[in-house]
Design a binder for this molecule. Structure first.
Ligand code: PLP
Length: 471
């Protein structure tokens, strides 16, 4: 009998050192590998409560989770942070209502806009010239957007970013609330902020109204385990719950919910031990990595940066991020979370310790000694077009007839497939935005680094709403 997927999974977990999601790293923390997960895989029978009408053990576990994080209410999600983003936007916006959206949001926001019919007002994150990463969303940009679009229902930002950069959420929240709007923070990558002061302060404690955490990314939970925290009276719990009921499975996984409950307890009981085996080792290894000659550990001041992410820039070396990831994988059996052209991302979690972290350090030092300096031409921030751009309804775009056309004929047309620049991983033109002459110039300049375009012979094609006699 051949079970290619099963066999590969078993083999992979036995041979590779994980620096990626899920954060339990094949069950190597909290004795997760010893738990018989099939015993947790239950359903809504007598005594087992019901996520959508919780009044028993699930309610109790969610209340304890809310206390742990400091939220007013916490709801377990079993379809990832994606479900939290979808439910929040669907609950907040009706058809044709506006919402201010940071351009670097996860694509679940795009799905939420299609489902809700809301109209996005895009704002840009900062671009950090030195590290070539997307930076924070500034309160000034939020203020300008709200002044221009006072009818917007709220704002959604992502903090921390995939690379670990956090915004000053308190300052953003102050502006959003001055305009009496709702602030949703996609904190998918920040579920672990709760474990210690070496990590940034969660948006839950910075007056965001809704905060969404993926527990499976940076804590030792099963894939798709996530949390939606309601942090103010501005958001009715019942609206969120009814949206969640619509977009999540009707059979929420007790295995995920049970393990989230267990992990919360484990962290509370083992805070000092986690500090010792994980955080202290992480700090030590980060300090050692500062000595790399050509590879560069990305560092920002503590309040602005989540040190759990080890982001290594290859920008000034003769290899790219893909090559670095390949060497780590092939020569050292270390699997990274993500490889991009100018950097790699490694996810560390409390499942790591001195041994795993030093293995990465040793590998990076050896690679650093075998490569050379190179002055690469890097991207300037000119791809950020307008500070604020109004899109059209993504629902209309989703259902519109579309066609691929040569870009030179597309000025003024509505883009139906985002044109993304990697890195830093932000759409140059989002779905529903009008393609402008300046965009076309930039697409020509960066065509090798773009996703969402087609290169056919010497032509660049983009996907747009199909022309009819009326448009
Ligand atoms: C910023 C951000 N938000 C939301 C999500 C969706 O999270 P999940 O995989 O838990 O659905 C991701 C996933 O990568 C993400 O990076």
């Amino acid at each position: 009998m051949i079970s290619p997927l099963y066999n590969k999974l078993i083999d992979f977990s036995a041979t590779k050192l994980s620096f990626h999601m899920p954060g339990h790293k094949f069950g190597t923390i909290a004795d997760i590998h010893k738990i018989n997960l099939s015993l947790l895989d239950n359903t809504e029978v007598v005594g087992m409560d019901n996520l959508y009408e919780a009044d028993g053990i699930i309610k109790q576990a969610m209340e304890l989770m809310a206390d742990f994080y400091g939220a007013q209410n916490t709801i377990f999600l079993t379809n990832g942070a994606t479900a939290g983003v979808l439910a929040s936007i669907i609950a907040l916006c009706k058809d044709n209502e506006k919402i201010i959206v940071a351009r670097n949001c996860h694509h679940s926001v795009e799905s939420a806009l299609i489902l809700s019919g809301a109209i996005p007002i895009y704002i840009n994150p900062q671009y950090l010239q030195e590290s070539h990463l997307l930076g924070e969303i500034t309160p000034q940009d939020i203020r300008t957007a709200l002044e221009t679009y006072p009818d917007a229902k709220g704002v959604i930002i992502v903090s921390p970013t995939y690379e670990g950069i956090v915004s000053d959420v308190q300052a953003v929240a102050d502006v959003v609330h001055e305009y009496e709007k709702i602030l949703i923070v996609d904190e998918a990558h920040g579920a672990h902020f709760v474990i210690g002061e070496d990590f940034p302060l969660s948006s839950i404690h910075q007056e965001a109204d809704i905060v969404i955490n993926s527990m499976h990314k940076t804590l030792p939970a099963l894939t798709q385990s996530a949390l939606l925290h309601i942090c103010s009276e501005r958001v009715p719990y019942s609206d969120i719950l009814s949206a969640l009921r619509m977009i999540q499975t009707s059979s929420p996984s007790y295995m995920m919910m049970g393990l989230m409950d267990y992990i919360r307890c484990y962290i509370l009981d083992n805070k000092d031990e986690i500090r010792r085996h994980y955080i202290d080792s992480l700090i030590e290894v980060r300090n050692n990595l500062k000595a790399l000659k050509y590879l560069k550990l990305i560092e920002l001041p503590n309040k602005q940066y989540d040190i759990s992410k080890i982001v290594i820039s290859t920008a000034y070396t003769n290899i790219d991020g893909y090559k670095l990831a390949e060497i780590l994988n092939d020569a050292y059996n270390i699997t990274v979370e993500a490889a991009l052209s100018t950097y790699i991302i490694l996810i560390t979690t409390m499942a790591d310790n001195k041994i795993t972290l030093q293995r990465v350090e040793k590998a990076l030092r050896a690679i650093d000694n075998s490569i050379n300096h190179c002055n690469n031409k890097l991207i300037e921030d000119s791809f950020f077009m307008q500070d604020i751009a109004e899109g059209i309804s993504l629902r209309k775009v989703y259902y519109a007839d579309k066609e691929w056309m040569i870009i030179d004929q597309c000025e003024g047309k509505i883009i139906t497939k985002a044109i993304m620049l990697y890195p830093p991983g932000v759409p140059m033109v989002c779905i529903g935005e009008v393609l402008m002459r300046e965009h076309i110039k930039l697409v020509y300049a960066f065509k090798e680094k773009l996703q969402g375009i087609r290169l056919i012979d010497k032509n660049i094609l983009v996907q747009v709403v199909k022309s009819t006699k009326s448009n």
